[in-house]
Structures are given as C-alpha cells and as structure tokens.
Write a new protein. Sequence first.
Length: 525
Amino acid sequence: MLRSLLISTVAILSVGQGSAIARTQDANVISVTSLVIAAQNLPATPRGNLLLANDGNIYITGLTGGSNNIGAVARITPAGDGTSLHSFISGNDDGQSPYAGVMQASDNALYGTTYVGGDGNGGTVYRLTLDGTFTLLHSFKVSGKTDPHYPYTGLVQASDGNLYGTTLRGGADDKGTVFRITLAGVLTQIHDFTGDDGENPEGTLVVGSDGNLYGTTLQGGADGRGTVYRMSLDGAVTTLHSFAKLSAFSTAGVATNATGANPRAGLFLAADGNLYGTAYQGGPVGYGTVFRLDPAGVVTVVHAFAGPTSDGAFPLSTVSQDAAGNLYGTTERGGPLNQGGAWRIKPSGQFSLLHGFTSSIIDGASPYAGLLPLNGYLYGTSFTDSNARVGAVFKLDPGDGVNLPIELTVTPASIPIGSSATVTWASPSAAGCIASGAWTDTVGTQGSTVVTPAFAAIYIYVLACTDPAGVLRYAYSTLQVNAPPTEPVDGGGGGGGGGSLSLSLLLLLGVALSGKLFISRVRAS
C-alpha cells in the first residue's frame, strides 16, 4: 500500500506576472529509512556525509536522535534496514551533537567528532567499531579561548597513519585550529589560524595527490570571505586562494562576486587531479558556486547557482563523483519549492538539477550533506522535514541517463488563471501508479490529462509508482497559475494610483489523508 506523504506549509514565493517554475526533476526519489520511529534510536537531523564502509553498509550520524536525543551513529544497509550503533549518553560523558559524519581508518574502525560535550564541553573525538564498541579518545575544553574547541568537521587519515581534523574555535587568536590525533588518542595542536590565513574552518580536510592536506575556511583571508589552503603534515599552511569580498547586489537582493564566498564544505579530489568545492554564497548570481582548484592553485567557477525556482541556492555539501566522472552535490535552498536541491555536473560541464526537495517524510528539506553514489543510485540525507523535523534518508534514481523510471511533466509550466495545462506521465515498467497532490484521479502507468485550476497558486502533481519488485518511486512536477495584473485604479481629483503588482503565492502542501496529498489553493488578493 502506498505510504502516506506528509507535507506542510513550505514556502512563500513572490513572483511577477508570467514567471515560471519549470520542471527540473532529472531523478526519481525513493525512501530508504524512516528516521521518525523513536524505537529505532536512529540518528535525526543529519548534517554529515554518509560513509560507505568496507563491509558494504552505509553509516550515518545525526545531530539529534538516539535514545537521548543528543545524537547517534547508525548503520544502514543499501536496502534500507537501519540499526543503531551508538546513542550518545550525555554531554559530559561521550559527547553531544555530531555535526560531521564518520570516516573509516586503516584499523577498520569508525572515527568521528562531536561538536560539543565531553568533560570539557568543547566537543570530542571518538572511535566506534563496526560491532558498536565505543571509545572516547579526546575531550576538547573551552576553559580558555586558546584551547581548541568545537570540532565542526570530521576527520581524515593521512599517509603517516594519523588522523587530522579542525576546530571551529580556539588557537592563539580564537579563530580555529588544525589538530593531529593518533589512533590511540594522543592529540597535538599543529596550527592556529590567524585570520590572514583563514578563520573558522567548517569543512573536513582532504588528502591531496601530493600527500599534503587541503581545506577551506568559512571566513578570513585577504577579504574576510574565506580561503582555500594547503597544509603539510607538520602544520605549515599556505593560502592558495582568498575569496573576494561581496560587492554588487543582484536583482534578487543577494550579493555577488566572481568566484563565490564563505565556503562551508571541504574539498574533493576528483579523478582529473583537480580539487572541487562549493562556496556558500556569492558568485556571479549570488547564490553560491561550485569551483575547481587546479594543482597550480587557480580557482575556476564550474557552476554558479541561479537561486530558488531555477536550480539551487546556498550549497553546504561537499562534492562527490561517480565512476562515469559525474560530479554531485546538494544545496540548502533552491529547487522548485525552495526546499533544497540535488544536482549533477557531467564531465562535459552540463549542469542539471536532479531533484527539488519537497519537505515530505520521503525526501525532507534543507540537505546539508553530499550525495553518495552507490549501485546506480545516489544516497543522501536531508536535515529536516515538515512533519517530525528529523530529516530523511533517501536515494535518487537517475534512470538510464535517457529516461527515468517515472516521467512526469506539466506543460506549460506557467499559465494565466482560466487557462489549461497538460499533465503527461509514463512509467512503463511499473506495476501500478497512484496520483496525489493537486490531482487525485485514478491513473494508469501512462497517459495525459488536461487540468484547468480554478485559483492562482502553485500546484504540485505527485505520482508514486511501484515496480514489479515492490520498489516505490516518487516523481512530482509543478504548475504555476498566475492571477491577472491589477488594473489601474482611478483615484479621482488631481491624482490616481495603481499599477501591476507582483503575485505573492502561499504554497500550502497539506497533511496526507488516506495516502493522498492535497494542496490548499489560495485566492489572489
């Protein structure tokens, strides 16, 4: 039976007459594991990247969740079976709020950090074996500003066998640090950021092809908008790029620059030998960028995000890559409903938005983590949702590269009130499909229908199809119905007023009833 989708109010969009929200979905979404079931003690509100360990399973952390709702680590099979490995006990004992995901070291154990907690309340470093044996390796202290504390990022293992990480705060200038820790838990503070070379590192380090460590800082550098740096294993830092200050504002009211600003994620070493990263804001349009850093230290914009209703906005994730050379990532906002997006950049440079998030329990909203390519799918997490606010674990099915398992379009994507659009769908390999959202008619696995919505609003058409193996996939597309422009008003006497007003659209995606979504349509005022 089709599970219920729960979607509540998700966006208020101001759009001018004639603007359109185009169909941008290039992947179908599949629910992997529900984070809602409290008895599972699974992580919730996940921020860190998923890890594919050498046992073939996926490991996930959550900022909240677990038996004490202060964070947890869990194992999830590719089929979606979740098992809690560790629930953090209390802030003082073993840590609290793991912002970052775990990594697997050469001893096969998992290693990670918590942002706060430990006996110094400045965060912790921990080891967790695959059978769930937990060891606290180090507690950071906040007794003084110079003590390294608040490890926002995860860990990486370098060629010397040691683990390296950063703290958001601490150091001589309280601008963050880099530390080395052995597998036995001996920690050494090896670099203090000064501001000139960066400040407040939020992204996990990566080992470059030359054996050095590469990273980003959120702030600092020549213009205070963050840096990309190289660091030797003894802590010597070289600034490779300082992101330029933000200057001109776009028509959308966001500040722009050439290459982006304030990177909040770490770097990824791609198969072409270049490092790729994301800048949270700035860029030519102002909504952040994907950039490439070549071995000579030259930064080039690969993609500038265009913002809500276009492709994406404000990327927080690292970049990942599949065997075909495609790059993947997510954005916190953007997509047709401005709830976040998942994107792909092909080796040719072609960008596409794979999925615009809906805030339902299937896909959630505000994805902070990157995407994990596995078995032809892309696994990911979102930070929150409109129901229980715990986020979701999902996978995206990009199909065969030409066709999706579920094709769903609305043409045209924007119409004036009183006009009609055509909804067309096809899922030839499905055993059955159910329509929900703005349409609730019984549908087959393919067909088309003409719709004439009565009110000005954004309508969402959802299609859920089950294949012969029992896999349930979801697709959706949107239709924007525009009210007519306001007629000029004769004010009488010596003056008058009026003009064309922009239409404020309140999208209300309501609670699912009996497995059916409904959308509340709001009259234009």
